[in-house]
Design a protein around this ligand. Structure first.
Ligand code: GZL
Ligand code: ZN
Length: 335
């Protein structure tokens, strides 16, 4: 980890020192290396979209933290399309911002544009989601959750509560899975972590699994299809985020069933609407995924632009919630 960071830092400080060689330019529009003439940093942030409560809270945290840190923020919303994120990053390169940060909507397809940022001497920080690139010197650090661990926590709750979760009492715990955006790191990893843990209990199996694209509407539509395929026998919904879980609740209630009882629901995020449903007994367990990455992002950006060493992986702190814990935590929830 340190080796990668050192290389990145030395490349950066070299760029900072010999600005012209790194395609840096005038300080007015950000120097592509060491902050504007008055020391302010310009950051280009390419956000995924506004698909979920989590994303909204994440955007709010980034904007507020930039303001608090005096970072000049260029912000774009890609409506969950990779081509929009790539063109936003290209715009930031042309604007010669000091640092680029983004949450890659999917893991692959970033090598070319990240090569362009590197050639322009502009450091890139990944937040929230990871990329799968040949050369991992294309970004300086990744700040975000461990999604495999989130999936493991969700699976562990189900293994620990299998008897209660077998709502129809047939001895098998039949799970349907609402996956996040196809190809997105949280979708791939939350599935992997969950399956790894439930493999320990052969009474638990996933009968249907489909993407709801991390949206409430997507979760509702897919859950309606799941219920049509299996009107009886679904014991548990594992949704990769609260929003799809909330959509599933609408479909379950429309089918005349009681969410949280006839069908148990496990979700990930712990945004306010999810926590309210958990406290109301419609969701049974939530694994938290912390969206408040803004303060750590600005701290990292300042260090990176100054050419200081940073960890190549910064994991965010997060926990889990039962129905009782949600009722207690709700009043103080920031998101
Ligand atoms: C996870 C983040 C996911 C959230 C969803 O860090 O990428 O994207 O879990 C959001 O709510 O849409
Ligand atoms: Zn069952």
């Amino acid at each position: 980890m340190v080796k990668k960071t050192l290389i990145a830092a030395s490349t950066l400080s070299l760029c900072a020192l010999t600005l012209s060689a790194c395609g840096g330019g005038d300080s007015a529009a950000g120097s592509g290396g060491n902050g504007g003439s008055d020391g302010t940093i310009t950051m280009g942030f390419a956000q995924v979209g506004a698909e979920s409560g989590w994303r909204t809270a994440n955007t709010d945290s980034i904007k507020q933290s930039a303001e608090d840190a005096g970072v000049e923020l260029q912000f774009s919303d890609a409506q969950q399309k990779q081509e929009n994120q790539i063109s936003a990053i290209r715009t930031y390169i042309q604007q010669k911002v000091d640092v680029i940060a983004f949450s890659p909507v999917v893991e692959t397809g970033w090598d070319a544009v990240l090569q362009e940022a590197k050639a322009a001497g502009i450091p890139v920080i990944l937040t929230d989601r990871a990329v799968d690139v040949q050369d991992d010197s294309l970004y300086v650090t990744f700040l975000g959750s461990d999604f495999v661990e989130e999936g493991q926590k969700a699976g562990q709750w189900l293994v620990d509560n299998a008897a209660e979760a077998d709502a129809d009492g047939d001895g098998d715990v039949n799970v349907v899975e609402l996956q996040g955006t196809t190809g997105a790191a949280p979708a791939i990893d939350r599935k992997e972590g969950f399956e790894e843990v439930i493999a320990d209990d052969d009474t638990i199996s996933i009968s249907q699994s489909q993407t709801g694209d991390f949206t409430r509407d997507g979760g509702k539509q897919v859950m309606e299809a799941f219920l049509q395929n299996e009107p009886e026998g679904i014991d548990v919904v594992y949704a990769h985020n609260d929003d799809m879980g909330l959509g599933a609740i609408e479909a379950i209630e429309a089918a005349g069933l009681t969410p949280g009882e006839d069908i148990k629901i496990i979700t990930v995020d712990a945004v306010k609407d999810g926590m309210q449903a958990l406290a109301d007994g419609k969701i049974n367990f939530i694994v938290e995924c912390n969206p408040l990455l803004g303060p750590q992002l600005m701290e990292l950006a300042e260090k990176v632009v100054a050419g200081e060493e940073v960890e190549s992986r910064v994991v965010t702190e997060e926990t889990t919630f039962t129905q009782e814990q949600a009722a207690e935590a709700l009043p103080d929830r920031q998101y």
